[in-house]
Design a protein around this ligand. Structure first.
Ligand code: ZN
Length: 297
């Protein structure tokens, strides 16, 4: 029989309170949520309070684990029942990075309860493998990939806009606001911060693991399969607005005479008015676009 955790705790409290050799437990001993530890780790709970499950992380999810725990079964003590989400995130893996969970061989969602002796297999996004019989954690990719980048990702934001992807960025925004705006706009949150992605209200997110903005861009393109849907040079790198072609006459009063003398075609951001033309800057960006898209294919 499976006991609700509150009842289970009460039973263990009664047993321990009756023992002469141990002091009565503090209230924290009764009220605490699941305590997780690797096999053998000390715990405030007596061993008989705890259930033991086996977790196994696959592929790049192992990168989040300490070296000695990678690519092997991990024994985890906890107070049952415990949602799978909690067991996974206590190991340092944000739920946004997980795509498929098998509980004793059956695919389940993040809130599925884990009990004693359960076995949990955790997989990242599948690139090519056919997983249609399994339950993906999310209904599917958002129809049109749109992003909200956290404050540490200013360069990545500009690069994504360069490729035509709708990407919002505010460098002074708190986590709750960011999540609220991203969710309301059906945007994928891009973040260097694992704690942000572990928030319960985050549905679509991508943990950016690299410091280098170009490598960050490659990671997002591969993870979200963006290489075939990019539309380079259609979006303003400054403000995310749409860019439209304008006549030379329209921008004649704004630009330097040398620029007007050398170029015939111009584009302008519909939102902030920033003007673009195919100068040396453009050639550098064109090389960047080609390199990063080839790399992702
Ligand atoms: Zn703009």
């Amino acid at each position: 029989m499976r006991w609700p955790s509150s009842l289970f705790s009460t039973v263990s409290y009664t047993e321990r309170a009756g023992s002469l050799s141990s002091p009565p437990p503090q209230s924290a001993d009764i009220e605490t949520g699941p305590l997780i530890g690797l096999d053998g780790r000390e715990s405030n709970h007596a061993a008989h309070d705890m259930a033991l499950a086996t977790l196994r992380f696959y592929e790049e999810l192992n990168d989040y684990l300490p070296a000695q725990m990678r690519k092997r079964d991990i024994a985890v003590h906890f107070e049952p029942p415990c949602p799978i989400r909690h067991l996974i995130e206590t190991q340092g893996v944000p739920h946004t990075e997980v795509e498929i969970i098998l509980l004793n061989g059956v695919s389940v969602d993040l809130e599925a309860p884990v009990y004693d002796a359960d076995r949990v297999s955790i997989y990242p996004m599948f690139e090519a493998l056919d997983v249609t019989p399994l339950l993906r954690l999310r209904p599917g990719p958002l129809r049109e990939p749109r992003f909200f980048a956290d404050a540490q990702l200013g360069r990545l934001t500009r690069y994504l806009r360069l490729l035509g992807f709708d990407t919002l960025y505010e460098n002074r925004i708190d986590d709750a606001d960011l999540v609220q705006k991203a969710t309301a706009g059906q945007r994928i949150i891009l973040s260097r911060d694992r704690a942000l992605l572990m928030r319960r209200d985050v549905s679509h997110g991508c943990h950016i693991r690299n410091d280098n903005p170009m490598q960050q861009l490659s990671q997002v393109i591969r993870r979200c399969d963006l290489s075939r849907v990019s539309r380079p040079f259609t979006r303003c790198m400054e403000c995310n607005g749409p860019i439209e072609a304008v006549s030379k006459q329209d921008v004649a009063t704004t630009l330097e005479p040398e620029t007007l003398a050398c170029f015939e075609s111009f584009w302008r951001c519909g939102d902030c008015g920033h003007i673009y033309w195919k100068g040396s800057h453009y050639e550098r960006l064109q090389r960047l676009v080609t390199a990063v898209l080839n790399d992702a294919r």
